[in-house]
Design a protein around this ligand. Sequence first.
Ligand SMILES: [Zn+2]
Length: 170
Amino acid sequence: MRALLLDNTYFPVRIVSWQKAMILILTNRAEIVEEYNDKQVRTVTQAYNLPKIIKLFARHKNNQHVKFTRFNLFLRDNFQCQYCTDKFPLHKLTFDHVIPQSKGGRTSWENVVACCHPCNLKKANKTPEQMGMRLLRTPKQPSWSPGLCLKIRRDDPKEWKEWLPRASSA
Ligand SMILES: [Zn+2]
């Protein structure tokens, strides 16, 4: 069981284990917004419902970096080939090194974009300039956002959704 952690402005900041959520509540750093009515933890003398959504008393500034992963890259690029601009399902996308690795291009947020297979084949080991291909957007490191960074599992509570309008399932 996991709990969604909001800050005092109701901004979703993290998903935590129920144990971590209980510690935040018992140490007066957070309060319960919603609990699991059917899931309890028992001490010798008491039973507590497990927290489903909790809210910090403080503002939380998230300065973590977004992990560079295939999925996060596709999310950043909106599942859109950055050359032909068409949208594709996950399995029809690949990624393209804007400056090819063979020419010293790095595998980084700034040099890798979502790309469909036909565009990837066409571009091959060339730069976009050499091929007369234009990028939809200049690739950069995305900033932290709940949609990119909070990975919702299938069995997570559906009540979280109203706090996570743009969250992804992974
Ligand atoms: Zn394409």
